[in-house]
Design a protein around this ligand. Sequence first.
Ligand code: ADP
Length: 438
Amino acid sequence: MRLILNQDWRGAMVRRMLLLIAGCLLLGFITGEYGWAMAAGLALHLGWTLSQLLRLHKWLLEHRPDEPPPDGYGLWGEVFDSIYHLQRRNQKARGRLQAVIDRVQESTAALKDAVVMLDSQGNLEWWNRAAETLLGLKTPQDSGQPITNLVRNPRFKDYFERGQYADALEIPSPLNDRLRLQVYVTRYGNQEHLLLVRDVTRLHQLEQMRKDFVANVSHELRTPLTVISGYLETLLDNVEEVNPRWQRALQQMQQQSTRMQALLNDLLLLARLEATDYPSDNQPVAVHRLLQVVVHDAQALSAGQHRIELDADPLLCLKGSEGELRSAFSNLVFNAVKYTPAGGEIRICWRTDEDGAQLLVEDTGIGIEAKHLPRLTERFYRVDSSRASTTGGTGLGLAIVKHVLLRHRGQLRVVSEVGRGSIFSCHFASAQVVPDRH
Ligand code: ADP
């Protein structure tokens, strides 16, 4: 059809041109002025072409989407039609794309989770309805605003600006403190951000119940245990009067009640660490002095069976809670003593590194198989459970270390080789490190 039309307008054009030339020649023959007759013919053709061009220009400027093009003759008619068809095709493609976008928007609008699209600067571009109920975003006035201005939570700001989105973040909703939200950020395209926010209030409540339960049980068990160990001590002091045959049994009972007390203390400490995200103290802690105390206690534990070396930078302090840091560092150093046979060496080093500061606890002990390393910081995880009763550990030491480090923006790394020893290192961000001013 198109081909026939094409051939048609070509023939008509040639015929019209021939007719025009013939007319000019006839006029030239009549007047004897062939030159002027040709010029008049060309001027006529130029004038007609210009008028068609002006019609096209007017139509392009003024026409409504569905208005057909003006009738044109020959080549011009063809140009009008082609432009019209091109526009129709574009309109259809745009319509199809719009339908896809509408469907995506409708389905995300129906989601219970909030979906927010941000540009590379973190400004709001688009969000679904759930984002309004969970985050309190308002359409359309919040469009183009930085997300950190609308979700005014210091932890969210910190998390968003740090740009490390491997783990999700849990924060209270800016609209309602009782709602807990889990935020995932993904980068896509040209450094734009996609924010997914889930309501995890129920999960959070269950988790809170678990924590409260452990903390309450530990607390409630402490008093009866204190009474029992008190009586055991009295009985042991007067064992000769009571019955000397009971001495061994009483001693074992006392040993086990001391272990239970250590366990309860560690459980309570963990519950306290879990209750808040940051330590309440944020004072510079003189780590070298703290380590001297820890080494002193470790020497008492070792009873002279190990060589313990300390190399600490006296000018390097760490912001945080002294009590928490002491618990973490002493767990690492005591573990080194517990898991290093007599005659071994333990080296403790506190120094700056390229990221901030690091504490190294190095021993020449029994080492740990590589397969256990990822699970070491789990509660009650033990490499060798048969040894647990002899070392007197609670199985919570490294879980406490991990929590304390998290609260001090630190990271625990472990390198170990069976039979040769282990290196436990704590790495702290430079923001946590301050020089000692004393
Ligand atoms: P525990 O109270 O049993 O020491 P931890 O949480 O402190 O519990 O440690 C978990 C496990 O990691 C220990 O049971 C032990 O097997 C292993 N471990 C910890 N520190 C060392 C070390 N320095 N050398 C070898 N093994 C270690």
